[in-house]
Structure formats: structure tokens, C-alpha cells
Ligand binder design. Structure first.
Ligand SMILES: [Zn+2]
Length: 131
């Protein structure tokens, strides 16, 4: 007959007797200081009129302009085509009167209207009229 072995729980029981380190309870810092929330201005409802066909043409200059195409929404450098406008013909008339040559303004882009087109979708973006 062998003596019964001591219960194995002895070690566990002894472990429970170990002093528990003083757990200092740190209360979480109360963050009651409310940060002033920036007033987010409520955006006015945009009355997008679907029926509106006429778009406000962006201001473009004489030369090619980097602009967001209103049609394809791509940032493009406009393609400029110079066409004869009112100013062209007025200057032709004046040149014909004074210089007896009315074709001078027709040969220079500076006298013409600059029409800007989108190089991607070929949409008309805007124009710079001389008159
Ligand atoms: Zn476009």
C-alpha cells in the first residue's frame, strides 16, 4: 500500500495565497472638455435645374488654357481655333479704308476670335471674342 500522493492542488492553493500586488486604480481622465466644434455651414441645397441647357461658359483667354472640361470633366489644355469674328471684319473694313488692303486682319489670329475646344471630347468650351 502506498500513501496517497498529496493532492496536486496544493501548489495551486499556495499560489492563491500569494499577495496580490496593490493594483492602483487609475480612473480614466475625464475628457469633459468639449472641443468647440467648428460650425459646419450647411450647404444650401443646390437647385440643379436639369432642364437648364445653357451652361455658363468659363472665361478663357486668347491662348490655350488649362481648364476642366465641362463635358468630360477632364483637365485639359484647350485646343484653340481662331475664327473670323465681328472684330475681324470691322478691322478688315477699316484696313480696307485706310490701307486699301482688307485682308490683313484675316491673316492674323490677333484679330480673330479664339474658340476653345476640348482636345479629348472635342466639346466647345468657350471663346474669347475680340468684340
Ligand atoms: Zn472634354
Amino acid at each position: 500500500m502506498t500513501a496517497p500522493s498529496p493532492p496536486p492542488e496544493y501548489d495551486d492553493l499556495k499560489r492563491h495565497d500569494m499577495p496580490i500586488p496593490n493594483a492602483v486604480y487609475h480612473p480614466p481622465p475625464q475628457q469633459q472638455q468639449q472641443m468647440p466644434q467648428p460650425q459646419q455651414p450647411t450647404a444650401p441645397p443646390q437647385n440643379v435645374q436639369v432642364a437648364a441647357v445653357f451652361q455658363v461658359l468659363p472665361h478663357v483667354g486668347r491662348d490655350s488654357t488649362t481648364i476642366v472640361c465641362p463635358m468630360c470633366k477632364a483637365t485639359v489644355s484647350t485646343q484653340v481655333r481662331y475664327t473670323n469674328g465681328t472684330f475681324t471684319y470691322v478691322m478688315s473694313f477699316l484696313c480696307g479704308l485706310f490701307f486699301l488692303c482688307c485682308c490683313i486682319p484675316l491673316c492674323f489670329n490677333g484679330f480673330k476670335d479664339a474658340h476653345h475646344y476640348c482636345p479629348k471630347c472635342n466639346a466647345f468650351i468657350g471663346k474669347d471674342k475680340r468684340m
